[in-house]
Design a protein around this ligand. Structure first.
Ligand SMILES: NC(=O)C1=CN([C@@H]2O[C@H](COP(=O)(O)OP(=O)(O)OC[C@H]3O[C@@H](n4cnc5c(N)ncnc54)[C@H](OP(=O)(O)O)[C@@H]3O)[C@@H](O)[C@H]2O)C=CC1
Ligand SMILES: Nc1c(N[C@@H]2O[C@H](COP(=O)(O)O)[C@@H](O)[C@H]2O)[nH]c(=O)[nH]c1=O
Length: 596
């Protein structure tokens, strides 16, 4: 199958790129640098979907004679960093080498693993394709490497050329969702549709299976596998009864979102089958409460909105940490999403078929335009043949510039003097890339906890420990198997996915006292984490006087909720722990009433 990505990376194997430089006697360091950075971006792209919501990192180590000595890419958050893998693979050949990184490493875990590996491996020069897009992480790794005497170059900062621009583009594209997140309040959204040569996405009857070829549809599975979620409108659910799963074998499975105003949806639908992946239905506040209950009984999450429109919905999923959304809706919802300015990229599969029909639906409904001069022009358009179809893709809006990233508190103060950078009465944390992201259960800090026999076992994160304890001690082989699967999950996200989906599907496997003990389980794990890592302990103590709130908009038990309606138990436990570390006997005075 051809490799498909949000970017269109050169499919040529790396070796040919290097050879090209050499064969044409273009031995300039810049030609080699750009080829190696492209390779790093290509490697980084291999795990797209799995790393989310974290960046994709690739690293290539090249000896002074131009030989690739080691390579690596980040498989998932919490797994071994690309730099550590590449340095290990290069072994002795690392000394004096150049390391190529598609993006500056961001050390949100406080262990500086990537930088340390490059230093310890004896790398002499580091070439970076792109600075870290998140302001609070940007520049830290570059500074650390330079402080230790390494020569660090940022591709394209001293000179530019076609090769360099290509390589820079590859770096931007491989982390487009993260860049988008850093610069705006919505995830990176791709609108994909399949249409006939006469511009129809279904027959007049609404029948649409299939317009595009099997090859194209296989490619769509890949696109789904690269996305955090796939979204459709209510009509598509009623008409197509889609599954929206990524069926390309072993890939990442996106969440499924249905956007419906009426909530007039079938009682039985493939999307309510949660055995493979979950579905979230977003709807108008107050819509069909009895149907909401029915969906809840099937494990489908329903989120109500006062104003249900594409932008509000995207902002909500942005706040939930989603980086990339694939829109597989019909023309009505597509027009609303385009009008709201939330669509970044379009993938149009054009099949050499004609269906006709004056009322047959087209991919984009009314945008209110009356003259061709108003048409939206795609940027950076690509054309690829896929089986008998033509895939046309391009951007509806340019990727955000790297400069205007989220301003630092001090910069915010300059822009808006009413915001004090020193006002810290509430500290929000959620994703591990946040300034206080290490407070999250998902921060990849392994903990060592005693089991029931007093033997110590290592858990890759607090989330691993917490999820596994839902099933611990249950006298059922499936529960024991679940504990093992969670324990060996490659990332905290994967651990949470397993734990939550088994809990939803097989509530009988959950230990009967779980609701009574879960806070205690979490507290023990947090205490261990903040005792084992001195820098985390200092970070926690440095927040003294501030209320800590886990800014999860959807977890109303551990998080603070969208409007402060959540119980914020994670924040409360951290404050309790902070009091304990500070030597205060009681935490009750600190427990906040959450009206944030
Ligand atoms: N060839 C292709 O690639 C595809 C073809 N199709 C075909 O398209 C047809 C369906 O098209 P269409 O009705 O446009 O698709 P959608 O169902 O995807 O979108 C329309 C629906 O979205 C819901 N919606 C919620 N909020 C909004 C909003 N703010 N603005 C607009 N809609 C909103 C409404 O659901 P509700 O009515 O429940 O309130 C509305 O009816 C079907 O025949 C299907 O087979 C669909 C997808 C892809
Ligand atoms: N008809 C059509 C598409 N339709 C989209 O795919 C959905 C069905 O997905 P699934 O149930 O997972 O196979 C459907 O609801 C709609 O969103 N996609 C395409 O690539 N080509 C096609 O010809």
């Amino acid at each position: 199958m051809m490799a498909l990505s949000f970017l269109t990376l050169n499919a040529n194997p790396f070796s040919s790129l290097i050879c090209k430089c050499k064969a044409s006697f273009d031995t300039s360091p810049h030609a080699l640098d750009s080829a190696c950075i492209r390779r790093a971006a290509h490697l980084a792209d291999k795990s797209a979907g799995f790393t989310s919501p974290h960046p994709n990192f690739g690293c290539v180590i090249v000896t002074p004679t131009g030989v690739v000595a080691g390579e690596g890419y980040l498989y998932a958050q919490g797994s071994t960093s690309a730099e550590v893998q590449a340095v290990a693979a290069a072994a002795e050949r690392c000394r004096g080498s150049t390391a190529y990184l598609n993006m500056e490493p961001g050390d949100c875990h406080g262990d500086n693993a990537a930088v340390s590996a490059l230093l310890e491996g004896g790398v002499k020069r580091v070439v970076i394709g792109m600075r870290h897009p998140l302001q609070h992480l940007r520049g830290n790794a570059i500074r650390a490497l330079r402080t230790h005497g390494l020569h660090v170059d940022l591709l394209g900062e001293d000179l530019t050329s076609e090769h360099i621009e290509d390589a820079q583009k590859a770096c931007l594209l491989v982390n487009a969702p993260l860049i988008c997140r850093a610069a705006s309040r919505v995830p990176f959204s791709v609108l994909k549709y399949a249409m006939t040569l006469d511009g129809k996405i279904a027959a007049t009857t609404g029948h649409a299976s299939w317009i595009s070829s099997k090859q194209s549809r296989n490619l769509v599975f890949e696109l789904r596998g690269r996305s955090d979620a796939v979204i459709v409108g209510g009509n598509t659910v009623r008409r197509d009864n889609p599954r929206l799963t990524a069926r390309h074998g072993g890939g990442h499975m996106p969440m499924r979102i249905v956007m419906t105003q009426t909530l007039d949806l079938p009682e039985e639908a493939n999307l309510w089958d949660m055995s493979e992946v979950s579905t979230i239905v977003v709807t108008q506040r107050g819509a069909r409460r009895s149907f909401q209950k029915l969906l809840a009984s099937k494990g489908v999450e329903v989120v109500e909105f006062d104003i249900l429109n594409s932008r509000e919905v995207m902002e909500y999923f942005h706040d939930r940490g989603y980086l990339s959304i694939l829109w597989e809706c019909g023309g009505t919802l597509a027009a609303s999403a385009i009008s709201s300015g939330v669509i970044h990229k379009v993938f149009a599969f054009v099949a050499p078929k004609i269906i006709g029909g004056k009322n047959a639906p087209s991919p984009v409904g009314d945008l209110g335009m009356v003259e061709m001069s108003q048409a939206l022009n795609l940027i950076d358009v690509s054309y690829e043949q896929v089986g008998p179809d033509m895939l046309i893709s391009g951007f509806l809006q340019p990727l955000p510039e790297m400069a205007p990233v989220i301003p630092s508190p001090v910069e915010t103060f300059v822009v808006d003097p009413t915001v004090s950078p020193f006002e810290s009465s509430i500290i929000f944390f959620y994703k591990t890339w946040d300034p206080y992201g290490a407070f999250s259960n998902f921060s990849p800090h392994p903990i060592q906890m005693p089991d029931e026999n007093g033997d110590y076992a290592t858990w890759l994160s607090v989330e691993h420990y917490y999820q596994a304890h839902k099933f611990l001690g249950v006298d059922d082989p499936s529960a024991q198997d679940c504990v093992e699967r969670i324990k060996s999950a490659k990332s905290p996200e994967e651990a949470a996915r397993i734990g939550r989906s088994v809990q939803r599907k097989h509530p009988n496997l959950i230990r009967s006292d779980w609701d009574n003990i879960k806070i205690d389980v979490m507290y023990k794990a947090l205490k261990c984490k903040f005792s084992m890592y001195p820098h985390l302990n200092s970070m926690l103590l440095s927040t003294a006087g501030s209320v800590l709130v886990e800014a999860s908009p959807h977890d109303l038990f551990w998080g603070g909720g969208r409007e402060g309606e959540g119980l914020n138990y994670l924040g409360r436990l951290l404050m309790k722990l902070r009091s304990e570390f500070l030597g205060e006997s009681s935490s009750s005075s600190e427990t906040p009433s959450l009206t944030v």
